[in-house]
Ligand binder design. Structure first.
Ligand code: AMP
Length: 417
């Protein structure tokens, strides 16, 4: 068959075809299993939210809010945005539904689609999938380590190797003030040589200048937030590192790591894998002790992370995933087909994956389909079988064929042997 359709998926979006979907399911199953082992509870949230939610929480000066959001007006003139990240929605839900009344500590995870208008390239899409975890209510470095470990466990279980962990502490707003003062002083003379973005950041969020790939060399020797940590932040970071050590989790301290979102405090971390090329970040996160209060809640410490599932897909070993059914039913004539249809439904009710050709095509075409579906067994029914009240049950792996009474119960018994 050929197609003259002019319709294509939109730039930066991806179709997931059946074989690939099997791999997605595998990843999602592992995420769910691990998250449950860590006692994180799943939440799901809407595809779009009020634009202000992201402006206020993700932060006006971030790249996401400034240039990447898919924002539109609804018919009532309200500004809405397709969610570019998960934490603001989780915090909104936590506050809106009074989840804080359920206990001092809440642990959530999500698997959601995100939307950002970035320039598409390998590993960078406009619609992508993330899983994320958030611990709300704990100020302890133990929680930060728990988060890191949960992500590493998932990479491990997926057999994704070479993931490096980079960590840093960017301090609390109190100690960060001292850093910003020094940093701005350091930058003052260099500002005219820095890029346009850094010049804007200088006024809005100078710490992000440390993150700039273009100006990296020009700000060599600049002060870094970790030089200015107050005692509490210092202790917190020490504890974070000690606990990582205790679990034998290797890490690099990157004192320029600041992450792209405005709400982070103290611990920040990222997972990178050099096999991904320029988009080498698999995931990242950090502590956001000020965000919940800022969004109208009580003073509540929290931390979390997000991992890009599309990037995990790129790192998964290329294994050929096969479509598969347990049983495929091949019938020779109309009456046999009616019997086959009854057995089909009976086997499905009994929990087997089972299929047959609804269009009664030739026997040859039906066998071809059984092959394509990698059927473990094929049930064959023709006039002779009907008259004798049996079906032929072929075990495709062993190549053996048996006659079984034409009764779903008997067939199920045989299949379970
Ligand atoms: P962020 O929410 O920016 O901290 O990103 C967390 C993770 O989501 C990144 O490390 C990536 O793995 C993934 N990610 C972010 N943006 C994209 C994108 N445009 N396309 C695919 N994955 C992305």
């Amino acid at each position: 068959m050929s197609s003259k359709s002019k319709f294509k998926n939109v730039k930066g979006t991806r179709d997931i075809l059946p074989e690939e979907a099997i791999r997605w399911q595998k990843i999602e199953n592992i995420i769910r299993k691990k998250m449950e082992q860590y006692n994180f509870q799943e939440v799901r949230f809407p595809t779009f939210e009020a634009t202000d939610l992201f402006r206020k929480s993700t932060g006006e000066s971030t790249d996401i809010v400034r240039k990447e959001m898919f924002t539109f007006e609804d018919m009532g003139g309200r500004s809405l945005t397709l969610k570019p990240e998960g934490t603001p929605s989780v915090v909104r839900m936590f506050l809106q539904h009074g989840l804080f009344n359920k206990g001092a500590l809440q642990k959530f995870y999500y698997i959601e689609r995100m939307f950002r208008q970035e320039r598409p390239q390998k590993g960078r899409y406009r619609e992508f999938r993330q899983f994320g975890a958030e611990v709300i209510g704990s100020s302890s470095a133990e929680s930060d380590v728990e988060l890191v470990k949960s992500a590493l466990d998932i990479f491990n279980e997926l057999d994704i190797k070479d993931v490096e962990l980079n960590i840093n502490s960017i301090g609390c707003p109190r100690c960060r003030k001292n850093f910003i003062k020094e940093f701005k002083g350091f930058l003052k003379e260099k500002l005219s040589g820095l890029c346009e973005d850094c010049n804007r950041r200088y006024a809005e969020n100078p710490m992000r200048i440390l993150d700039c790939k273009r100006d990296k060399k020009k700000i060599k020797g600049a002060p870094v937030p970790s030089d200015f940590l107050c005692d509490e932040c210092k202790e917190h970071f020490e504890e974070f590192k000690n606990r990582l050590d205790f679990l034998n989790i290797k890490f690099n301290i990157d004192n320029r790591l600041v992450r792209g979102l405005d709400y982070y405090t103290k611990t920040v971390f990222e997972f990178v894998n050099s096999n991904l090329g320029s988009q080498n970040e698999v995931g990242g996160g950090g502590r956001y002790d000020e965000l919940i209060k800022f969004m109208g809640g009580e003073d509540t410490p929290a931390s979390g992370y997000a991992v890009g599932i599309d990037r995990l897909m790129l790192l998964l070993k290329e294994e050929e995933e096969k479509l598969g059914v347990d049983v495929y039913i091949v019938t020779f004539d109309e009456e046999s087909d009616a019997e086959g249809w009854k057995i089909l439904n009976g086997l499905r009710d009994a929990g087997f994956s089972c299929d047959k050709d609804p269009m009664r095509r030739t026997v040859k075409a039906q066998f071809r389909e059984a092959d394509r579906q990698n059927a473990k067994w094929v049930i064959i029914i023709g006039e002779d079988e009907r008259k004798r009240g049996i079906v032929q049950l072929k075990n495709m792996g062993k190549g053996e064929q048996k006659e079984i009474p034409m009764k779903t119960g008997k067939i199920v018994k045989e299949l379970k042997c």
